[in-house]
Design a protein around this ligand. Structure first.
Ligand SMILES: *[C@@H]1O[C@H](CO)[C@@H](O)[C@H](O)[C@H]1NC(C)=O
Ligand SMILES: *[C@@H]1O[C@H](CO)[C@@H](O)[C@H](O)[C@H]1NC(C)=O
Ligand SMILES: *[C@@H]1O[C@H](CO)[C@@H](O)[C@H](O)[C@H]1NC(C)=O
Ligand SMILES: *[C@@H]1O[C@H](CO)[C@@H](O)[C@H](O)[C@H]1NC(C)=O
Length: 338
């Protein structure tokens, strides 16, 4: 009895398997997912969804030469453009197909197959090592054309770089793919904003802070265009003694003054010359002297007194850790991308 029941279930599963394979084949002939040409045979039907997303066999036309690989190879570098192209939902808008409906790439087949070999290796790496990704050209003279291909396919760190926007808590240093450290100091040493024009001369900056004893993580970090960070929009109005006033050139910010940032891409950068520099999450108000003591959204606030103000300034903070101006246990860090 038991055995025959198992047999029936087994039969049902295999029928389901055959049916679902038929369904896939039909959808290919309808051109819904034209670049899937065959499926692995050792696939259990119940895993169909998973398998379709990651392990389809994919045929490619590389400059006229047919190549076949697994979807998981093409998606080996998460967030790369190549990987996005081979996520199903993006296929139609991101891929060019040839007359047979096969994904077409106009590259030297030799370079592409060399790239595929490296992607097969990368696929086997842990996430962590992906962040130190090195994809190399087959030989010296191919370097330039190979690099153009990598740029097209979004396989250069600036493309799949993580993170790219906004404010972050507990950001692991290992996840900072492509970012280069350009500044580090403890909170008890003066901060000179001129590092932004000297060592941190990149198009984008990541500004963060951390406990010196926890080198693996930034407690808080925010990312922005260097120009937005260095020359943020000045607050248009500030609250003085509880009333909003238009900010004017001679306004000296004090603990009675709260100014509102104008956020750029989710980060409210501020810079009050000779006083403070920092950010809040979004467009929120901040006090200037002492250096942003607010408890509102405290984890997402960073404030550094600038060098000229080190004597008067208090309240330097890293998220909800405040009054760090004499602390050598907390570090300021800046990273950049060219
Ligand atoms: C690189 O590409 C250019 C332009 O397509 C071509 O003329 C040149 O021969 C290529 N170089 C190599 C080494 O493939
Ligand atoms: C960050 O880490 C701290 C300490 O490990 C933890 O208390 C906090 O909940 C974490 N925050 C987030 C957003 O992960
Ligand atoms: C870096 O600084 C130089 C001059 O010092 C400037 O010409 C260049 O535009 C800067 N680059 C960036 C990305 O800011
Ligand atoms: C401009 O700032 C000065 C100095 O704080 C203040 O006395 C004056 O009232 C301000 N003017 C306006 C229009 O807010």
């Amino acid at each position: 009895m038991m055995l025959s029941r198992l047999f029936v279930i087994g039969l049902l599963i295999s029928i389901y398997g055959v049916l679902s394979q038929r369904t896939i084949v039909r959808s290919v002939s309808l051109g819904e997912d034209a670049f899937i040409v065959k499926r692995e045979t050792n696939v259990l039907p119940k895993n169909n969804k998973e398998v379709e997303r990651h392990d389809d066999v994919i045929e490619l036309n590389i400059g006229g030469q047919k190549m076949t690989t697994l979807r998981s190879t093409l998606t080996a570098v998460p967030k790369s453009k190549l990987s996005l192209m081979f996520q199903k939902e993006n296929a139609k808008k991101m891929l060019s197909l040839d007359k047979q409906g096969v994904a077409f790439f106009d590259y030297n087949p030799l370079y592409f197959s060399y790239l595929l070999d490296q992607l097969r290796e990368i696929k086997r790496m842990s996430d962590q090592s992906i962040h130190n990704l090195q994809i190399s050209a087959p030989y010296m003279s191919s370097h330039v054309n190979f690099t153009h291909m990598l740029i097209d396919l979004g396989l250069t760190p600036d493309y799949f770089l993580s993170p790219t926007e906004g404010t972050h808590l507990n950001l692991t240093i290992d996840s900072l793919a492509g970012w280069k450290e350009c500044y580090r100091s403890t909170y008890n040493t003066p901060f000179d904003l001129s590092v932004l024009t000297s060592s941190c001369n990149g198009s984008r900056l990541l500004v963060g802070c951390r406990l010196a004893t926890n080198k693996k993580r930034l407690t808080l970090a925010a990312i922005g265009e260097r120009e937005d960070i260095f020359h943020p929009c000045l607050p248009k109005q500030c609250k003085v003694n509880g009333k909003f006033k238009k900010r004017n050139r001679t306004l000296t910010c004090s603990s009675r003054h709260q100014c509102i940032t104008q956020a750029k891409r989710g980060v409210g950068w501020y810079h009050v010359p000779h006083q403070t520099w920092g950010f809040v999450r979004g467009s929120l108000s901040f006090a200037v002297n002492p250096c942003d003591v607010s408890n509102l959204d405290a984890d997402y606030r960073l404030c550094w007194s600038t060098q000229e103000n080190i004597q008067q300034g208090f309240g330097d903070r890293c998220g909800s850790a405040k009054n760090l101006q004499n602390s050598n246990k907390w570090e300021r860090l800046i990273y950049y991308i060219k």
